[in-house]
Design a protein around this ligand. Structure first.
Ligand code: UDX
Ligand code: UDX
Ligand code: ADP
Length: 464
C-alpha cells in the first residue's frame, strides 16, 4: 500500500513539528495539518516563518522548505480527512477537570470528537494513527466508534507514540532512539497498515530502530517511558534535599551515580521540579489506570513521583521566603524564566507558575522575564490557577522585556528556566541594581557559586 495523502488533526507541539519532518523527508507525500484553531493555522501559514506558533530550534527552516510544496496547514478538517489514506490524531488530551477521574484521568473528549468526525466524513479506507499520549486501550475505543458509526469503510488503528522532547523536537524527530508502532499484527490488514507506516519512517530512520508491537504494548510503553523519566528527576530531586542537609553536592552525586552504565548519566539534573505537558499528566493517568484495576500498590508507587515533584516546587518557594527573613510581603522578586525548560515557549505545568503563585500568596510583588514567553501567556497561566482575581494578577505581576528590568530594585532574583543567556548576563550590573543584601536563588544549577558570591550575592542553589 502506497501512502499519497496524510492528514494530521491537531497543529500543536506534537502534530506541527512531526508533520513538518515527515513532509521534508517524504516529498512525494502530501501532508495536510488541520486544526480548528483558526489563529494557530494562520500563524503556521504566516509568510514570515519566524512567526510560526511554536518555537523549536531548526523548525522554521524545515517549514520554509516544505510548506506550499507538500506541507499544508488548513482549517478545512473534513475535506482533509476524506482525501487522506492515513490520518494522525494529535489533539490535546489534558487531565480531566470535572466528573469521574477528575484531576487524574485523561480527558478523551477531543479524541472522541475526532473519531466521530472521521467516521462521519470518510468515504474510503483509512489508517488512523493515535499520536497523542493516551491511556491504554484507547485504540479499542477509537475502533469501536469508527466501526459502528462509519460508512462501512475499513479502518486500521495504529498506535505510534511520539517521544520527542520540546526544545529538541527537530533533532529528536530526525534522529530518534526508536520509532514505536503498535498495530493488529495478527491480521493481514493490520500487518499491511503497520508496514505502510514503517515505510514512511524508513525514509530516514534505520529499520532496526523501528519497533512493531501489539497496540496495547505500544500505548503502555509511552506512559512507562515518561513515568521512568519523571521518576529519575524526582529521584535526583529527593537527593538534592538530602544533599543540602549533609554537605554533599547533588551534581557530584549525579555524576558519580550516572557513570554506572546500568544507570546512565542523562536525566539526572536536579531542578526546581519537572514541568511540561506530559510527565504529570501521564503519571496521573498511569495512577488512575492502576487504581481502576484495584492495583493500589502500583498506583501509590508512581504517585510518589508527583508528590516529590510538588514538594520540590514548594520547597524552593519556601526557601525564598525563609531566606528573606521569613517574609516577602511587599518585597519585589525577579523571576528569570517562565517556560518549563529552555528552548521552548511552552509553559504548561512550568514550575515558575507554582513558585510565583506561592510567592504571591505571601504578598510578594513579582517581575518576570522570559526570552520566548509572552506577557499574556504568563497572565493566562496564573489566571488558570484561580487563586486570585485576574485584576490582582495583573496588578502584582509585571512582565518585562529584559532580565535587567526583572532584577532592578528587587530583594531577590530566582532562576526558574535554564536559558543559556542567563549564564552570560552582566551579573555585577544586576547586583549593583538590586537591594542589599541581594539574594540569588538558582533553581537550575545554572550559575557558578564562587563567582556569584565574589560579586556579593547571597547565593542559594538546589542541592548544594
Ligand atoms: C548490588 C549492586 O549491583 C552493586 O553495584 C553493589 O555493589 C551491591 O549491590 P548485587 O546485590 O550483588 O549488587 O547484585 P545485583 O546484580 O545488583 O542484583 C540485586 C538483586 O536485584 C538480585 O536479586 C537480582 O536478581 C535483582 N534484579 C536485578 C532484578 O530483579 N532485576 C534486574 O533487572 C536486576
Ligand atoms: C518529555 C519526554 O522527554 C519526551 O520523550 C515525551 O515525548 C514528552 O515528554 P518534554 O516534557 O518535552 O519531553 O521535555 P523533557 O526534556 O523531558 O523535560 C521535562 C521536564 O523535566 C522539564 O521541566 C525539565 O526541565 C525537567 N528535567 C529534565 C529536569 O528537571 N531534570 C532533568 O535531568 C531532565
Ligand atoms: P500537543 O502538545 O499534544 O501537540 P497542543 O495543545 O499543542 O497539544 O495541540 C493540540 C491541537 O489540537 C490544538 O491546536 C487544538 O486546537 C487541536 N484540536 C483539538 N481538537 C481538535 C479537533 N476536533 N479537530 C481539529 N483540531 C483539534
Amino acid at each position: 500500500m502506497k501512502i499519497k495523502n496524510i492528514c494530521c488533526i491537531g497543529a500543536g507541539y506534537v502534530g506541527g513539528p512531526t508533520m513538518a519532518v515527515i513532509a521534508q523527508k517524504c516529498p512525494e507525500i502530501k501532508v495536510t495539518v488541520v486544526d480548528i484553531n483558526e489563529s494557530r493555522i494562520a500563524a503556521w501559514n504566516d509568510e514570515d516563518v519566524d512567526n510560526i506558533p511554536i518555537y523549536e530550534p531548526g523548525l522554521s527552516n524545515i517549514v520554509k522548505e516544505a510548506r506550499g510544496r507538500n506541507l499544508f496547514f488548513s482549517t478545512e478538517v473534513d475535506s482533509a480527512i476524506d482525501k487522506a489514506d492515513m490520518i494522525f490524531i494529535s489533539v490535546n488530551t489534558p487531565t480531566k477537570t470535572y466528573g469521574m477521574g477528575k484531576g487524574m484521568a485523561a480527558d478523551l473528549k477531543f479524541i472522541e470528537l475526532c473519531a466521530r468526525q472521521i467516521a462521519r466524513v470518510s468515504t474510503s479506507d483509512k489508517i488512523v494513527i493515535e499520536k497523542s499520549t493516551l491511556p491504554v486501550r484507547t485504540a479499542e475505543a477509537l475502533k469501536n466508534i469508527l466501526d459502528n458509526t462509519g460508512n462501512g469503510v475499513n479502518y486500521q488503528i495504529l498506535s505510534n507514540p511520539e517521544f520527542l522532547a520540546e526544545g529538541t523536537a527537530v533533532d529528536d524527530l530526525m534522529n530518534p532512539d526508536r520509532v514505536l508502532i503498535g498495530g493488529d499484527i495478527d491480521s493481514d490488514k493490520g500487518k499491511e497498515a503497520v508496514k505502510a507506516l514503517v515505510d514512511i519512517y524508513a525514509h530516514w530512520v534505520p529499520r532496526e530502530q523501528i519497533l512493531t508491537t501489539n497496540v496495547w504494548s505500544s500505548e503502555l510503553s509511552k506512559l512507562t517511558a515518561n513515568a521512568f523519566l519523571a521518576q529519575r528527576v524526582s529521584s535526583i530531586n529527593a537527593m538534592s534535599e538530602l544533599c543540602e542537609k549533609t554537605g554533599a553536592d547533588v551534581n557530584e552525586v549525579a555524576k558519580a551515580v550516572g557513570m554506572d552504565s546500568r544507570i546512565g548519566p542523562k536525566f539526572l539534573k536536579a531542578s526546581v521540579g519537572f514541568g511540561g505537558s506530559c510527565f504529570q499528566k501521564d503519571i496521573l493517568n498511569l495512577v488512575y489506570i492502576a487504581k481502576s484495576f484495584g492495583l493500589e500498590e502500583v498506583a501509590n508507587y508512581w504517585e510518589q513521583v508527583i508528590i516529590m515533584n510538588d514538594h520540590q516546587k514548594k520547597r524552593f518557594a519556601t526557601k525564598i521566603v525563609k531566606t528573606l527573613f521569613n517574609t516577602v510581603s511587599g518585597k519585589k522578586i525577579g523571576i528569570l524564566g517562565w517556560a518549563f525548560k529552555k528552548d521552548t515557549n511552552d509553559t504548561r505545568e512550568s514550575a515558575a507558575i507554582y513558585v510565583t503563585d506561592y510567592l504571591l500568596n505571601e504578598q510578594a510583588e513579582i517581575v518576570v522575564y522570559d526570552p520566548k514567553v509572552k506577557a499574556e501567556q504568563v497572565y493566562a497561566d496564573l489566571d488558570y490557577l484561580n487563586t486570585r482575581t485576574e485584576a490582582e494578577n495583573r496588578a502584582r505581576v509585571k512582565v518585562v522585556n529584559t532580565p535587567y528590568e526583572a532584577a532592578y530594585q528587587t530583594h531577590a532574583v530566582a532562576i526558574m528556566t535554564e536559558w543559556d543567556e542567563f549564564k552570560e548576563l552582566d551579573w555585577p550590573q544586576i547586583y549593583e541594581d538590586m537591594l542589599k543584601p541581594a539574594f540569588l536563588f538558582d533553581g537550575r544549577r545554572l550559575l557558578e557559586r564562587k563567582t556569584k558570591e565574589k560579586i556579593g550575592f547571597e547565593f542559594y542553589a538546589i542541592g548544594s
